[in-house]
Design a protein around this ligand. Structure first.
Ligand SMILES: [Zn+2]
Length: 72
């Protein structure tokens, strides 16, 4: 059973190969080959914005937390 890595919800829809959508918090997520979850929010213009989840040791100000990607 897939669980949302963002909110832990279980209302998950599959939208593609290894890609899922959470109906509870409205994010898309996919699992990379190393088992890490990548979470994206869908912006108004239809593009995806990467959401950084969990603890990460980014230096403050060194990285943007959102990375815009085009939907394939
Ligand atoms: Zn969720």
């Amino acid at each position: 059973m897939v669980q949302c890595p963002n909110c832990g919800g279980r209302s998950i829809g599959k939208i593609g190969c290894n890609q899922y959508y959470c109906w509870e918090c409205c994010v898309e997520f996919s699992r990379s080959r190393n088992g890490e979850w990548h979470v994206y929010t869908v912006l108004d213009d239809g593009s995806l914005s990467r959401v950084i989840t969990g603890s990460c040791d980014q230096a403050p100000g060194s990285a943007t937390t959102a990375q815009h990607l085009a939907i394939p």
